[in-house]
Design a protein around this ligand. Structure first.
Ligand code: 16G
Length: 249
């Protein structure tokens, strides 16, 4: 598919998908992810993107600036914007609210999930409390082994209120992509990271020895209106990840 065809607004740009520059940014991220916009290729000029998408140049500029900030695009003086080569280091920024699929795509890796559980269940008291579920409500749960470049990386168990994810089976690759399509992608999250030793079953799934070091990350994500959208516990292989936080005065 050509970049022009890929950017035509039919099918991805809509009234309900959130701010237009965000929709365009996500479309471009998808293009980078699936190779329509390969590393080192140049992005069409702002004016051209505005024409194809029927968006204003201000909107296009804003989307591009975000991609520059995310490190996906590089602006070279006088010659335009280019897709950057993905960096092949397993460093995850602690300041961007990204998804596993996006994190890995940025490193040029494909992701696969091995499904361990996916469906609608009666919530545990902890889920009811954290997700602020009304009495009698059920919960959507997805539990998967996440692999990148065919290497197991993390075990991830996510719980979401049913009105946010009515059909967990809809999630085949990226949870956040499904939430984005529904206009319900979290905009803020709080994470708690703790060191753990992996138990036998977890270690086995992650392809490491029992008792190996791991990182347990509990993420609670929120929608723009402050509502809790997701409660996820991820167990990362300790040998596969560096979490990097930028601190400013
Ligand atoms: C990340 C998040 C997790 C989220 C998932 C969505 C951490 C520690 N956790 O793994 O909370 O549910 O991404 O990924 O970063 P997906 O859109 O690829 O399914």
């Amino acid at each position: 598919m050509s970049v022009t065809e890929f950017l035509r607004p039919e099918g991805w740009l809509g009234e309900t998908g959130g701010p237009r520059y965000v929709q365009l940014r996500q479309r471009l991220e998808t293009g980078i992810e699936n190779g329509v916009l390969p590393p080192n290729s140049s992005l069409p000029p702002e004016r051209e993107i505005a024409e194809i998408t029927e968006l204003s140049r201000v909107t296009v500029r804003k989307a591009i600036q975000e991609l520059v900030r995310e490190g996906l695009i590089e602006q070279r003086q006088g010659s335009g914007s280019f897709i950057r080569e993905p960096i092949n280091r397993m460093e995850q920024s602690l300041s961007h609210l990204t998804s596993f699929t996006e994190d890995m795509a940025r490193r040029g890796m494909d992701t696969t999930s091995r499904w361990l559980e996916r469906g609608v269940f009666l919530p545990t008291p902890a889920e009811t409390k954290a997700l602020d579920l009304p009495e009698g409500a059920e919960v959507a749960r997805i539990y998967r082994l996440r692999e990148a470049g065919e290497r197991p990386m993390a075990l991830e168990r996510a719980s979401l209120p049913l009105d946010i994810l009515p059909n967990p089976l809809e999630v085949t690759t990226s949870l956040y992509a499904v939430l984005s399509q529904r206009g319900l992608r979290p905009v803020r999250a709080v994470q708690k990271i703790s060191a753990i030793n992996l138990e036998a079953r977890e270690a086995d799934l992650l392809g490491v020895a029992e008792g190996a070091a791991g990182l347990s990350i509990a993420r609670t994500s929120y929608l723009a209106n402050g509502r809790v959208a997701e409660l996820t516990r991820s167990l990362y292989r300790g040998d596969a990840y560096d979490f990097v936080a930028e601190l400013r005065l």
